[in-house]
Design a protein around this ligand. Structure first.
Ligand code: TYC
Length: 100
């Protein structure tokens, strides 16, 4: 069995904080802006105004941060986004980046 980070922390007698994961949306030419705003309000629990600002940042800059979570929660959010997008027939992409 492979030792995990938390095993190492336990052996040292201290617990290091869990790694954080950024969840990002990527721009594309087809997903409707309103759909992206709904994803940001419904999955990332953003207020409407912030969701519009993040959607426009992604639209103009190609990529944008939706939130920072533990790896498990980040992966669940990514799957929820991808599932909603696929069900609606949109090519929206959501990615994770480990931050620390
Ligand atoms: N670029 C899309 C459009 O013009 C809108 C969009 C924004 C798509 C953010 C994806 O993550 C995204 N309809």
């Amino acid at each position: 069995m492979t030792a995990t980070r938390s095993d190492a922390a336990v052996v040292r007698g201290k617990l290091s904080p869990p790694k954080r994961c950024g969840v990002f949306l990527l721009n594309d030419d087809y997903t409707p802006m309103d759909f992206v705003v709904d994803v940001l309000t419904d999955i990332f629990l953003m207020p409407q105004q912030q969701a519009v600002a993040v959607m426009l940042a992604v639209h103009h800059q190609g990529k944008g941060l939706c939130g920072i979570y533990s790896r498990d929660i980040a992966e669940t959010k990514r799957q929820q986004v991808m599932q909603l997008a696929a069900a609606a027939g949109h090519p929206l992409l959501c990615t994770l980046e480990e931050l620390s």
